[in-house]
Design a protein. Sequence first.
Length: 202
Amino acid sequence: MLPLFPRSDRTTTRVPLRLRLHHMTETELKAQAKSMELPFNPISLYVELAGKHFKVEPDKECDLQAHVLDAQAKLLNGKSFSSDPIVVKVWSTCTPNLELVDLPGVYNASIAGETDDMALLAKSVTEDYLKKEAALVVVVVPATIDRVRNDQVIGMIQRAKKEALTICALTKSDQAGRPEYNRKDPFGDLKSRARGQADDCP
């Protein structure tokens, strides 16, 4: 997996990030590298971001995330949110032809220290992308919290009639048992719901 999107608890996506992956043969990639005036390596990633071209070596992929966070900071320019996307184009012999969009999270209310309209802006951006006919939806849920209230997100997906095209991804499952999260069983709620024994099951 490309370490491209913000991943730590202290960073978050503040703008839509559009990742466009282009698969190429070695011959095609060599021509692409030449057009970008970069040295050729058949296993490197060739990237276009914010009008700049650069090459990312296989053992230096974390550099790509640094470039993205820098572009995000420049786009925001002191603001806490922007609906303008950052577009990252990647050419490689190792990637599929695929476009991924990482959207800011949907909040029920503005977060302390953020602008008052951030929650509304984030919701509006998500709704715009849900309108795209070819879009597949991935709802990312961290395993490090006791319970997730995704009523707002689920409602948006239902209104867009995207239920059949939606996948739920459980993340940070390797961290769920850590003492700082103070949980006896990180999957307790999920198991209870599967058995029909959770408090909010009918």
